[in-house]
Design a protein around this ligand. Structure first.
Ligand SMILES: CC(C)(COP(=O)(O)OP(=O)(O)OC[C@H]1O[C@@H](n2cnc3c(N)ncnc32)[C@H](O)[C@@H]1OP(=O)(O)O)[C@@H](O)C(=O)NCCC(=O)NCCS
Length: 185
């Protein structure tokens, strides 16, 4: 089946990135609260120009836009993990805080996961998040995903003022195709 370039939900258009998305991207990737749990720091305008261009040819990244005014309000990462034959796909998401608390992340993630299971032959969708990122794991539970693991101090993304790694715990979540198709039918 051909890969989709566009997915529509009630309120949202989910599409490929374009070079001119950098301004909307900058609105949220320049916010320290937004990138707090991400493996990167805040983005400058120039970083966002480069990132929008890079994402425009990276099929793992989806731009989530409001139907009413085409505003880009967030992004989803959805990518097959190696080895390919396991058909495990990872999902991630980052949204503009102006648009949190409206169900947009859930609506778009649900559509992407559904696309993955129904059309990309995904067998299992997984997600990872920091236990302190309550909004993130509540979203995963809203999507019907199961918490399968709590890894203790397994990873660091950032260092403290002395240059020492800040070790973080990780929750691992997953859902299988058969569970999703039962749950969403
Ligand atoms: C994680 C993140 C995407 C969650 O966003 P969110 O807006 O809380 O998630 P949802 O789309 O599921 O919205 C749920 C909220 O919308 C509310 N809501 C309002 N209208 C709604 C509607 N029509 N439909 C569904 N929910 C609606 C829900 O009641 C819920 O409110 P609550 O948070 O007060 O319980 C967001 O916090 C984010 O971008 N964080 C920064 C990046 C990040 O940490 N990413 C994850 C790294 S692992």
């Amino acid at each position: 089946m051909a890969e989709k370039e566009l997915i529509e939900t009630d309120r949202l258009t989910i599409r490929r990135f374009r070079n001119d998305d950098w301004g909307d991207l900058h609105e949220y990737l320049s916010n320290a609260e937004v990138v707090r749990f991400e493996p990167y720091d805040v983005f400058s305008e120039e970083d966002c120009r480069n990132e929008a261009a890079r994402r425009s040819s990276d099929k793992a990244f989806w731009a989530v836009c409001l139907k009413e005014d085409n505003k880009l309000i967030g992004n989803i990462y959805f990518n097959r993990q190696e080895p390919d034959e396991f058909s495990n796909w990872e999902i991630g998401y980052v949204f503009n805080p102006e648009y949190w608390g409206k169900g947009y992340a859930a609506e778009s993630c649900r559509a992407i996961i559904d696309y993955g299971f129904r059309e990309l032959n995904a067998r299992r969708v997984v997600a990872m998040c920091n236990p302190e990122n309550t909004r993130s794991w509540r979203l995963l539970e809203r999507l019907g995903m199961r918490r399968e693991g709590h890894l203790v101090k397994n990873i660091y993304f950032k260092r403290d003022e002395h240059g020492e790694p800040i070790w973080n715990d990780t929750y691992e979540y997953a859902i299988l195709a058969e569970e999703w198709l039962d749950y969403s039918s």
